[in-house]
Design a binder for this molecule. Structure first.
Ligand SMILES: NC(=O)c1ccc[n+]([C@@H]2O[C@H](COP(=O)([O-])OP(=O)(O)OC[C@H]3O[C@@H](n4cnc5c(N)ncnc54)[C@H](O)[C@@H]3O)[C@@H](O)[C@H]2O)c1
Length: 346
């Protein structure tokens, strides 16, 4: 079976779970944890990482099999990864590392920055996955331009509005390339639960007055998001993912987003969802829900599907926004859809 050649920028916890997952499912008949076993003709084990860019000196220059377990990555190890002969190249820092994160992301200016387009081409990558830290406004767009120049598809897992932006979609369409994004929705995470529960409440005739979703975690992503200035797009993305699924015209007060960094939680994310409103007879009701889940495998379980759908799109010559894929697997797609409609589109 032909491999799906994928490049990654940002070898953090999410990328670690993706790389581990490819190995995990390659050597087993165990399908536990997968949304889709086969897409097109492709299984998860058919994904091959061929190029990786990062800026942290503890990862740059190492083989990915080693770099994914380098600090500050802290997600659970669930698979051994043999030597891959894929060395992490130094990317372009730009705004990927904020002033408040220089003790977390250790950048060594003496390490030479690589030619991203050249490496994408020489590695024969077919698509580029963006896993940069939240707030990487310039860096995400820089790497998206590299994808266009190298002629590869683009998957944007972060809350920067690129694959949902018509100008960017047109750029990819003009080049005959597919794009999918923005901001990956976890398999069973805060967003999908909040969407489904609030939808259920409205479909069953209760009225929602207000709702909040608080999230805490101890990984680098949560540490980075302590800086409220970098958080704006994440709040917008997480809020619109829930609000877009509610009945229009209702005046519902919402507060949704990352809430604190608790280092000992590591990659364990804890989410609290609260919904208050009124039921039959105008009687009040309240719902409280807590989810505790390993954050990064939760996103990897979706990316392994997105990669395989993008491969099928490339084979079929489909370009521009992959609308069904983006609506099903991302918080901020070009077109928001209810889950059942997005699934049909897939
Ligand atoms: N469930 C999830 O984990 C989930 C869900 C939705 C979105 N996301 C988003 O995915 C992204 C990645 O999450 P993560 O937990 O892997 O983050 P992380 O902080 O563990 O990893 C980010 C990586 O990017 C590298 N980096 C920083 N600037 C760079 C640059 N300019 N060029 C190349 N590399 C650079 C860092 O060194 C680090 O290795 C975040 O934006 C996060 O919000 C994650």
């Amino acid at each position: 079976m032909q491999k799906i050649k994928v490049a990654i920028v940002g070898l953090g916890n999410c990328a670690s779970s993706l790389v581990q997952g490819i190995e995990f499912y390659k050597n087993t008949y165990n399908k536990t944890g997968l949304i889709t076993e086969v897409i097109g003709d492709y299984k998860v084990g058919d994904i091959e990482i061929v190029a990786v860019f990062d800026v942290d000196k503890r990862k740059v220059g190492k083989d990915i099999s080693e770099a994914i377990f380098s600090e500050p990555n802290c997600t659970k190890k669930f698979s051994d990864v043999p030597h891959k002969n894929v060395i992490v190249s130094k990317g372009h820092v730009l705004d990927g590392v904020s002033m408040s994160m220089t003790d977390y992301f250790l950048v060594d200016d003496s390490q030479e920055t690589s030619d991203v387009v050249e490496i994408l081409k020489s590695s024969q990558a077919e698509m580029f996955v963006c896993y940069l830290p939240v707030g990487s406004t310039k860096a995400a767009r820089f790497y998206a331009e590299c994808a266009l120049e190298a002629g590869v598809g683009f998957i944007n897992a972060i809350p920067e509005f690129i694959c949902s932006d018509q100008e960017w979609i047109n750029k990819f369409k003009e080049k005959g390339l597919p794009c999918a994004g923005d901001d990956i929705k976890s398999q069973v995470g805060a967003t999908i639960l909040h969407r489904v529960i609030t939808r259920l409440i409205q479909d069953r005739g209760f009225k929602i007055d207000n709702t909040y979703q608080l999230n805490i975690g101890g990984n680098t992503d949560f540490r980075n998001m302590l800086d409220e200035r970098r958080l704006e797009s994440k709040r917008i993305s997480k809020t619109q993912a829930v609000v877009s699924n509610l009945d229009e015209g209702e005046n519902i007060s919402t507060r949704i987003g990352p809430s604190d960094f608790v280092s000992h939680l590591k990659d364990n994310k804890v989410c609290y969802i609260n919904v208050k409103g009124t039921q039959f007879g105008d009687v009040p009701f309240e719902l409280d829900l807590k989810l505790s889940v390993e954050d990064s495998p939760n996103s990897a379980g979706c990316i392994v599907d997105v990669i395989r759908y993008m491969k099928v799109a490339l084979e079929k010559g489909i370009s521009g926004s992959l609308e069904g894929v983006s609506a099903y697997y991302f918080k901020s797609p070009a077109v928001q859809m209810r889950e059942n409609i997005a699934k049909e589109k897939l």
